[in-house]
Design a protein around this ligand. Structure first.
Ligand SMILES: *Cc1c(COP(=O)(O)O)cnc(C)c1O
Length: 406
């Protein structure tokens, strides 16, 4: 059974939630983003990086402009995975280095990427390489690329979101490398800068991640020697996870970085730049989904709290099939109908959708819960609002509130 955390959030989050509640006549549902803590977090993450490493932000985790603006001074650049994201970041951050990855890139998107001088394109297939060779030749522009390789790692300990090491639609198999490289020698306007790997998301174990980094480096060394290549960069992807189940136990980034420094000293060529492109790990913690309890019901022995909004705003728990961590912020005024309140019971928090899948957290033990209380779901800053099926049932969108960085 999930236990609801004691009040652990910064006071300004509670205060912002209560202020928003007071300002709205209807019961509240809102996203609150703490840009101050985002700035501190990204700064600390980047400062830990060993020499020759860089941190890009994977825009798809959350492309909201205030978040990107907060991240921009600290990260080395932005990773985009569609023409839409590319236009968005080019419009708002024309001077930031941009890298373009993702499967199924359109020819029009490749053209735009070349034209708008993205630093690198991560090539995902042989056909994409042929298309890009054509596009660059016609445009008479040289484009640097990374080849995304899906290593075969049968013994790899997988996470809940495996992007490679097993059959997936991402990247190219290692055994096509010979063919890919021979095509490249004929592509007059493409320059091979290195290799790209992104084999998993939700990684919570730094030692396993270090083992993966070691595999990447050894493999690239091998290819350098097998194919007489000189590689300038290895993109090691994102995938550092957030522990939603035990939120007090997050990925130990400082430890990972210290060990990585040792690993680089042994395994890396000094010529290589090692680039991360993290999404979830950078922005998840700064966001909160706040919802007001509308009704409390009992059904066949179980208690349900029906909350304003639901998974059409906050799809993360449904997408991950987990109970999302939350805290209850009690009403600041006496309850209208105190008799409907619950005391020290396990409660399932659901939204307003007419589907049994609209569950935000199951069987959460809460000391007291009343209609009108606010429930704050933490770690809602990445893959949350932007992945939600917002039009389902035509409920209004949540309020979005950005607490400015100080
Ligand atoms: C989604 C994605 C990322 C970011 O993944 P996180 O788990 O959010 O860090 C990085 N690289 C690629 C290729 C991706 O598809």
């Amino acid at each position: 059974m999930t236990k609801v955390a004691d009040r652990t959030l910064p006071d300004r989050i509670y205060q912002a939630a209560l202020d928003l509640q007071h300002r709205h006549s209807d019961p509240l549902c809102a996203y609150i983003y703490d840009l101050d803590s985002l700035r501190n977090h990204v700064q600390a993450v980047v400062e830990c990086l060993p020499p020759q490493c860089e941190m890009f932000y994977a825009t798809k985790a959350n492309p909201a402009l205030p978040l990107l603006k907060t991240l921009a001074p600290w990260v080395h650049g932005l990773e985009v995975a569609s023409g839409g994201e590319l236009r968005w970041v080019r419009r708002h951050f024309p001077e930031l280095p941009v890298i373009f990855g993702g499967p199924g890139k359109l020819i029009s998107e490749l053209k735009y990427a070349v034209q708008s001088e993205v630093e690198l394109i991560h090539v995902e297939s042989l056909l994409e390489l042929e298309r890009l060779a054509e596009v660059t030749k016609k445009a008479r522009k040289t484009q640097k690329i990374l080849l995304r390789i899906n290593l075969s790692l049968p013994d790899m300990a997988t996470t809940s979101l495996t992007m490679g090491g097993v059959p997936t639609p991402f990247g190219m198999d290692e055994d096509t490398l010979q063919q890919v490289l021979s095509l490249l020698t004929r592509a007059s306007h493409l320059e091979l800068e290195g290799f790209h790997f992104h084999l998993m998301s939700h990684q919570l174990d730094p030692d396993r991640h270090l083992a993966l980094m070691r595999t990447y480096m050894r493999r690239v060394r091998q290819w350098e020697s097998d194919y007489s290549l000189r590689i300038g960069q290895i993109n090691v992807g994102g995938g550092i996870g957030i522990n939603y189940i035990e939120p007090e136990q997050q990925f130990n980034w400082p430890y990972f970085c210290r060990e990585l420094a040792g690993l680089l000293a042994h395994e890396a060529s000094p010529e290589w730049r090692i680039r991360f492109e993290c999404g979830r790990f950078l922005t998840a913690a700064c966001g909160y989904y706040v919802t007001e309890v509308l009704d409390i019901k009992h059904s066949q022995g179980e208690a349900f709290a029906i909350c304003r909004g639901g998974t059409h705003h906050f799809r993360t728990p449904a997408a991950q099939s987990h109970s999302h961590p939350c805290e209850v912020l009690p009403l600041s005024v006496p309850a209208v109908n105190p008799s409907s309140g619950l005391h020290n019971q396990a409660i399932t928090f659901v939204g307003q959708l007419c589907t049994p899948k609209d569950v935000l957290a199951r069987q959460v033990r809460v000391p007291v819960l009343r209609v009108g209380d606010l429930v704050l779901f933490t770690y809602a800053g990445a893959y949350a609002w932007n992945i939600s099926h917002k039009d389902f049932l035509m409920h209004p969108s949540p309020v979005e509130h950005f607490l400015a960085a100080r």
